[in-house]
Ligand binder design. Structure first.
Ligand code: SF4
Length: 338
């Protein structure tokens, strides 16, 4: 550690949102050198190809002149989602365990770059379960960062960190923000010309009810879950039928993505001679599964007749087999949709 005035190096957990932006600004205003660390995962809705939206990382951080490094949440993160020690939030979001996970990784990274401390944009009581005082303490302790984790936005409401106590970080220039409102953060951002308005980016898919249902189903059916299994959950309509998984694309882009994300042996279906979805079948393909998948493919295609032909195979350019089916009833669809 290099504790000399004005030569501190802080590692910030940068989400791309308003809070971490202002936390970074607070420290930059004290002439502290900052390096950012951003974690990417399939659960970050900001990366969703369909929305083509960008997190504010580039936009915001170019203005503060800090370098941001990236790390990916890997398969070890999926184990946390399967069985978090500190439980879930409203949906399948294991927020306390998630924070501990990324802070442990950040701690290692901080050691590598010889950062003197780590900070986050966490705000006391912004989220009732994972950002109350007790949760913040647990996160700090379990990540092995007792006294070394600074939350500049709520620092005045929390115990001082070691560097604050030693006077290397000026506590009087930190904030005591409490609660969900982002009014103060936005005012600061406007005052320093960082941004004029703020639109929260998509956030975490694990907090989304629909995605969490798909994820729960995925956990149930995959003992050794991997990121490929998770990635495909973001696209198409998903159905569970007789233990098999059927995924039906909702538009051209999803069709393309499903073909990219499928396993080699997954079966592909498509309506013959009309525009429509790509359907992927994972798992066993008995007659009932094949019929149901074909009915769905017909239902979501541009075929206006009461029946039609569906072609299938494992390679998109060689769908040589076919099955003729009638249009499916809405009630049957609803029984199996995830
Ligand atoms: S919302 Fe998602 S990314 Fe954020 S702490 Fe919770 S689980 Fe982690």
């Amino acid at each position: 550690m290099r504790y000399t005035n004005n030569s501190l190096l802080g590692l910030g957990l940068i989400s791309g949102g308003l809070d971490s932006l202002i936390a970074t600004l607070m420290l930059k205003l004290q002439d502290i050198e900052i390096v950012g660390l951003n974690f990417k995962s399939p659960f970050c809705n900001c990366d969703k190809a369909l929305k083509n939206s960008e997190c504010g990382l580039n936009l915001y951080y170019e203005k503060l002149g800090i370098t941001t490094y990236y790390q990916y949440k890997k398969e070890d993160y999926l184990k946390i989602i399967r069985s978090p020690i500190f439980g879930y939030g409203r949906n399948l979001n294991p927020c306390i365990d998630c924070r501990i996970y990324i802070l442990k990784k950040a701690k290692k990274f901080a050691e590598k770059i010889k950062a003197d401390f780590i900070f986050t944009g966490e705000v006391l009581n912004q989220r009732p379960k994972s950002q109350n005082k007790r949760a913040l303490k647990i996160i700090e302790r379990e990540a092995g960062l007792k006294g070394k984790l600074l939350r500049p936005l709520s620092a005045l409401l929390l115990e001082p960190t070691i560097l604050e106590k030693q006077g290397y970080i000026d506590r009087s220039k930190l904030f005591g923000i409490n609660g969900r409102s982002r009014k103060i953060q936005l005012e600061i951002a406007q005052k320093y010309g960082l941004l004029n308005s703020y639109y929260a980016c998509g956030g975490c898919l694990l907090t989304d009810k629909g995605f969490s249902n798909r994820m729960k189903d995925c956990i149930k059916y995959h003992e050794n879950l991997n990121m490929k299994d998770v990635n495909i959950l973001k696209y198409g309509r998903h159905f569970r039928y007789n233990q098999s998984k059927i995924i039906v694309g909702r538009n051209e882009l999803e069709n393309k993505l499903l073909l990219q994300l499928k396993y080699t042996n997954d079966l592909i279906m498509q309506a013959e001679n009309v525009t429509g979805p790509i359907t992927i079948i994972q798992g066993k393909r008995d007659n009932e599964v094949m019929k149901f998948a074909a009915e769905l493919t017909l239902r979501y295609s541009d075929n206006n007749d009461i029946n039609g032909r569906i072609v299938y195979g494992t390679k998109i350019h060689a769908l040589k087999n076919f099955i003729d089916v009638d249009k499916i009833k809405k009630e049957k669809i609803e029984q199996h949709i995830l």
